[in-house]
Design a protein around this ligand. Structure first.
Ligand SMILES: [Zn+2]
Length: 271
C-alpha cells in the first residue's frame, strides 16, 4: 500500500484546501493530526524507524503504540496538496507514551507541528472519553471566533450560549458547548494541558485571540463543527454591529429544541 494513497492523506489534503479557501490558513497558521486505524495503522506495525526517538514533555500512555498523521511545523496549508511528503509526516508513539519516532514524511528536514503536545494530550483524552471514536484534531485560525474572543467574556457558558442563540443548528451540533481558554503561549506544555482538560467535556476549544481546536471521528465532521461555530460567530458579530439583539432563541426554546432532537446540552450554558 502506497502511503500517498492513504484515505487519511486524501482527506487532509482536501480539508487543508477548504481551510485556505475560508481564509483561515494564512502563512503557516494551523495544524491537523489524525490517529491512524485499520490498514493504515497496520502498515507501520512491522516497521522500525531509522530516526532516533524524540521525547515528549508529558507522557500520554493512552496513545502507546499509536500512529498519527501530523502536519509539519512551518507548513503552509496551501502547499499540502502539491507537496504532501514535505508537508506531512507520520509519527509512532513509543510503548510508554513518552516519546515518538518519525515513520514517514517530513522530507527535506521537517518535523511535526510545534503544537504536537496539545494535539497528543487532547488525543489521549478524546480517545478515552469517546471510547476510541474521535480520531481527528484540527487547529485553525477561524476569523470570526477569534474576533469574538475580543468582545465576549472568556467564559465557556457565555460563549456557548451566545453561539447557540445564533441558529438552531449550533445546539444540535455542539450540545457539549465550546470550551474557552485565555490567551496562552502557543506550543507550550501549559497550553497543551489546559486544552486537554477542556477536551474532557468539549469537542471545541477556543484559544482566545488565536484560534480554535476541534475534534471528532473524521475530518468532515470536525471541519463541519468548526465551520458551524465560526458561522454563528460571524452572525453574532454582524448582530452586534447592527446595534445588538432585539430578540433571540430563549432558554425555554433551547430546552425544547434539545428535547425534540434528544441532545443533552451543557447545563451551565442553558440554566
Ligand atoms: Zn495557531
Amino acid at each position: 500500500m502506497n502511503i500517498l494513497d492513504f484515505t487519511s492523506i486524501d482527506n487532509l489534503k482536501r480539508t487543508s484546501g477548504e481551510i485556505c479557501s475560508k481564509g483561515w490558513g494564512e502563512a503557516n497558521g494551523g495544524n491537523i493530526s489524525i490517529r491512524l486505524t485499520g490498514e493504515e495503522l497496520a502498515h507501520f506495525q512491522e516497521h522500525q524507524s531509522a530516526e532516533k526517538e524524540h521525547s515528549l514533555p508529558y507522557a500520554v500512555p493512552e496513545l502507546a503504540g499509536d500512529c498519527f498523521l501530523v502536519t509539519g511545523t512551518g507548513v503552509f496549508f496551501r502547499n499540502i496538496s502539491t507537496s504532501p511528503e514535505e508537508s506531512l509526516g507520520i509519527v509512532r508513539i513509543n510503548s510508554k507514551g513518552d516519546g515518538y519516532s518519525m515513520m514517514w514524511g517530513y522530507d527535506g528536514g521537517g518535523q511535526p507541528t510545534s503544537e504536537l503536545t496539545a494535539h497528543l494530550l487532547s488525543h489521549g483524552v478524546r480517545k478515552r472519553v469517546s471510547s476510541g471514536r474521535d480520531q481527528v484534531i484540527i487547529h485553525t485560525h477561524t476569523t470570526n471566533l477569534i474576533a469574538l474572543s475580543f468582545v465576549l467574556p472568556l467564559s465557556t457558558p457565555v460563549v456557548t450560549r451566545e453561539l447557540w442563540e445564533m441558529m438552531s443548528e449550533c445546539l444540535l451540533l455542539f450540545p457539549d458547548g465550546i470550551g474557552v481558554m485565555e490567551w496562552m503561549v502557543p506550543g507550550s506544555l501549559e497550553i497543551g494541558l489546559a486544552t486537554s482538560q477542556l477536551m474532557e467535556k468539549h469537542r471545541l476549544v477556543l484559544w482566545a485571540h488565536h484560534g480554535i481546536l476541534g475534534t471528532g471521528p473524521n475530518m468532515e465532521q470536525v471541519f463541519g463543527l468548526i465551520e458551524t461555530a465560526d458561522k454563528a460567530a460571524e452572525m453574532l458579530l454582524k448582530v452586534m454591529a447592527a446595534g445588538g439583539k432585539r430578540q433571540a432563541i430563549s432558554a425555554d426554546q433551547l430546552k425544547k429544541l434539545a428535547k425534540a432532537f434528544n441532545v443533552d446540552p451543557l447545563k451551565e450554558a442553558i440554566d
